[in-house]
Every structure is written in structure tokens, then in C-alpha cells.
Design a protein around this ligand. Structure first.
Ligand code: BGP
Length: 478
């Protein structure tokens, strides 16, 4: 056991998931087709592919998830036993507005989340909700071209208003777009599709489109923040950033400059959300590239007047970069990343860096001065279910010990306000990047494989007991 620091009273220890990765029931109760329903599952490290058609039910993992749509009462009982104080999930937009552009919501979808929220509360678990977690109605992709189209702002705001009005009395913490910044690798269609619904574009236009779609999302995020505060002043709205510290590969000044630009380039979404304006370097860069991003004076006023209440972030790994010699310091995740010789990697090549949590929290606090909320952190691994129903995941415990320790230092030694810690994913679910079920993150094991074979039974892993004690000691016994 590791000795940690006690967190402040009321600290929200929890878990986090996303609708399309666990609910299943992809076409019931009037739900429409979302982006997640047209993405082919990658198997065993094969990247996910995008298709043009809804995939047949078969073994497609997202269509089934872990059947949480039906099993949530029993699952929340287990989470109560685990001691969770909060639980983050997302609302599938397509359950509320199946095509995204309707004017009237689907009552069956609203009723489902009503029941889900009440069940959490009945178990003493505070719901935390994301509005758009890597999915939008597929209709908005095919008919409107995704977030490149300004009309999506109206549709998104309508969706947000409906759910704030319906659930805002019971849900305090909300986030607009999951990992809004995870589209910097614009050469790969996968993150751009997940985040912004962009497909069918010329590779030459990809970077400009990414900035354009992001701008529309940023304006939508600000308008939604405004709407939330009007509807219920108790609601707190956060942005949600994928935080990957980017370090210079060496102490060579050019590498340090490149790492600085990489941080600026990956986190300007956070600048706009928290500071209400675009950074100068980015305006210059757009000008240099000839990008026409359509930032109107009205947009600027909306962004400036409606900054977020807190900064939510995910943290899994850090990266290192080397200078490319480009005088504009153009940053591309694919071209200038390297290995960090001081860090180990997961089976999926993610560099394990607990200290980076404290570094990142300090970096964000100094820049944005907003309370923070860790809404994802965890270790994807192959787990083995033993004949007696146990799962010995000491590697996961070790990962959490290091990361929680670093987080506690940031809170206790550095004085950074932190609302809570919601590890990914509480219970095993389908992986977002690969579509695998076998890339597991939970404290609760779910007996299903990549082909959807298995009993679906839930089992407590060793990390379940361990996290129980972390929560019970409010972070002291790690
Ligand atoms: C984040 C996403 C999650 C998620 C997690 C783990 O990027 O917000 O949806 O799944 O990463 O990633 P993966 O499932 O790809 O291992």
C-alpha cells in the first residue's frame, strides 16, 4: 500500500464512460443512427474504418456495448458497492433527436435518461454528463457535412436546451464536447469523424476544415454554456480536453520551441473555452496558410462572454517531440513524435507517465485559472478471468497508484482546485479508438470478447477492492 494525501471533503471519486461504448440498444426506442454506428470495429490492433452504411447487427461491439441500456440497475448496485460518489456518462444525441435536425425531441429517449439519472441518485451516485462524446447523428454528416456546417450550432443548442431543462435540476456538472482537441492528427479521418463528423473531404483541405469545424463547435459550446446558466444557475459547464503533455525530446532549444508550439496547438481549444479568445499565433498561422475560418465579430463576442466554469480533462499518456525545422512550427502528431526513453508503454504503445499529471495540472492552472475535473484516466490492458472468477490486475493498480499520487500532490502541495477524479471506465466497455472489447479499463470485468461472445456476467477485479479502499480513505490509502 502507498501512503497518499487525503482529498478535500466532498471530492468526487467516481468512474466515467460514454454512451456508444456501453449502452448497446443502438436502434431501440426511436434512437437514430450515430457516427458510432457506421464505424467498423477494429480487431486486435487493426484501426477502425469508416463505412457508408449502418453495419449489420452481427458481432459489431458498439451495437451491443455491454448492454448497459438494460443492465444499468444491477451495474449501479455494483458501483455503489465500489463506493463511487459520481459517475460520468454521455447522452446519445440520437436518442433525443434521432436525426439531429428535428424540432421536437423523442420522449422515449428523454425517459430513458430520466430513469438512468434517478437510478444513479438512488444509489448515492452523482451523475456527470457529456453532451457529445465522439458521436453526432449520422444524418448531420450525410445531409449537412458535419460540423463544417454552421447550422449544426442551432441543432446542438436545441439538443442541449432540451436536456438542461429536463435534467438540470438533478445534474450539476456538464461537459460540451468530449476531447474536443483530439483532432490535431487531421490526416487520419478517424478522429475528425468522431469529433466533428467530417468525412468526404480532400486531404488538402483537411487541416482548414478541422479548424473550421472546431470553430463552430467552440461557438456552440459557448452558446450552450450561456443557455445552461439561463436555464439553471446551479449548472456548471466545462470543456473537455484530452491532456497529453508534450515534452521536448532533448534540451536543444529548437526542440523546446517545438514542444511549446505543440502545447499551444493541442490546447488552443482550452484557451478559447477558458479565456474567451483565440491566441495570436493561431490567427497568424491561419493567415499564413490562407485559411478562411469564418470567425465573425458576433462569434468573438459570444466566445468572450461565455467562458467555461471549469476545465475537465482526460489523461492517459505524455508525448515527446523533435524540431522539424519548419519556421512556422507547424505541428502534426504523425510527423514529429518520438519515444520517451524514461517511460514504459502499455500494450497499445501508450507511454505511462504519472508525473505528467502534476505537470499538466500546473500548466493548465497557470494558463486558465479554472477549477479542474479529471474525468478520464486509466489503463487499457488484457485481463485474465480466472476459473474462480477473480482477475489479478496488479498492473492497473500500479498505474492508478502513480497517477493518483501525482494528482494528490497537485492538489495538496500545489493548491490546485480539483472537483473530482473519474477514472476510465469503472466497468469494462468497448474501446473508442480500436473498437475492441479486450482493451479493458474497468474495476468490474465484463465477460464478453471482441466478437461479442461470452456470458456478459460481471466480476470484481483485484482493482475493485483496491479502489474501494482509496475512496473509503478519501485518497489516503493507495
Ligand atoms: C478517450 C476517450 C474515451 C476512451 C478513452 C480510452 O480518448 O474519450 O472514449 O475510450 O480515451 O481510449 P480507448 O478506448 O481508445 O482505449
Amino acid at each position: 500500500m502507498v501512503k497518499g494525501y487525503r482529498m478535500p471533503d466532498g471530492f468526487l471519486w467516481g468512474g466515467a464512460v460514454a454512451a456508444h461504448q456501453l449502452e448497446g440498444a443502438w436502434d431501440v426506442d426511436g434512437k437514430g443512427v450515430s457516427i458510432a454506428d457506421v464505424m467498423l470495429a477494429g480487431k486486435n490492433g487493426v484501426p477502425r474504418e469508416v463505412t457508408d452504411t449502418v453495419l449489420p447487427d452481427g458481432n459489431y461491439p458498439n451495437h451491443r456495448g455491454i448492454d448497459f441500456y438494460h443492465t444499468y440497475p444491477a451495474d449501479f448496485k455494483l458501483m455503489k458497492e465500489l463506493g463511487l460518489k459520481a459517475f460520468r456518462t454521455s447522452i446519445a444525441w440520437t436518442r433525443i433527436f434521432p436525426n439531429g435536425d428535428e424540432t421536437e425531441p423523442n420522449e422515449a429517449g428523454l425517459a430513458y435518461y430520466d430513469a438512468l439519472i434517478d437510478e444513479m441518485l438512488a444509489n448515492g451516485i452523482e451523475p456527470v454528463l457529456t453532451l457529445s462524446h465522439f458521436e453526432i447523428p449520422y444524418h448531420l454528416v450525410t445531409e449537412y457535412g458535419g460540423w463544417r456546417n454552421r447550422q449544426l450550432i442551432t441543432f446542438f443548442e436545441r439538443f442541449a436546451r432540451v436536456v438542461f431543462e429536463r435534467f438540470g435540476d438533478r445534474v450539476k456538472y456538464w461537459m460540451t464536447f468530449n476531447e474536443i482537441n483530439n483532432q490535431t492528427s487531421w490526416m487520419d479521418p478517424h478522429p475528425m469523424l468522431q469529433n466533428s463528423g467530417l468525412k468526404d473531404y480532400d486531404e488538402a483541405d483537411a487541416e482548414e476544415l478541422m479548424y473550421l469545424a472546431s470553430h463552430h463547435e467552440l461557438v456552440a459550446s459557448a452558446l450552450v454554456t450561456k443557455a445552461a446558466h439561463e436555464i439553471n444557475p446551479n449548472i456548471q459547464v466545462g470543456d473537455m480536453i484530452a491532456m497529453n503533455p508534450v515534452y521536448p525530446a532533448t534540451s536543444k532549444p529548437e526542440d523546446i520551441m517545438m514542444a511549446e508550439r505543440a502545447m499551444q496547438a493541442r490546447y488552443f481549444w482550452g484557451d478559447v473555452h477558458a479565456l474567451g479568445q483565440y491566441p495570436n499565433w493561431l490567427r497568424k498561422y491561419w493567415e499564413h496558410k490562407g485559411f478562411d475560418i469564418d470567425v465573425t465579430p458576433e462569434d468573438e463576442a459570444i466566445l468572450a462572454a461565455n467562458t467555461v466554469d471549469y476545465v475537465a480533462f482526460s489523461y492517459y499518456m505524455s508525448w515527446t517531440v523533435t524540431d522539424t525545422g519548419d519556421e512556422w512550427l507547424a505541428y502534426n502528431e504523425e510527423s514529429n513524435h518520438g519515444d520517451n526513453p524514461f517511460l514504459q508503454k502499455s500494450d497499445w504503445g501508450w507511454q505511462i507517465d504519472p508525473v505528467g499529471v502534476r505537470w499538466a495540472m500546473n500548466w493548465m492552472w497557470d494558463r486558465w485559472h479554472k477549477p479542474m475535473f479529471i474525468v478520464e484516466n486509466g489503463f487499457g490492458a488484457y485481463d485474465k478471468l480466472e476459473a474462480d472468477g477473480s482477475v489479478h490486475d496488479d498492473y492497473r493498480i500500479a498505474y492508478f497508484q502513480g497517477h493518483i499520487e501525482a494528482m494528490e500532490r497537485a492538489v495538496v502541495l500545489d493548491g490546485i482546485p480539483l472537483i473530482g477524479y473519474l477514472p476510465w471506465s469503472g466497468i469494462d466497455i468497448v474501446s473508442a479508438s480500436t473498437g475492441e472489447m479486450l482493451k479493458r479499463y474497468g474495476f468490474i470485468y465484463v465477460d464478453l470478447d471482441d466478437m461479442g461472445q461470452g456470458s456478459g456476467e460481471r466480476y470484481r477485479k483485484d482493482s475493485f477492492k483496491w479502489y474501494q479502499q482509496v475512496i473509503a480513505s478519501n485518497g489516503e490509502d493507495l
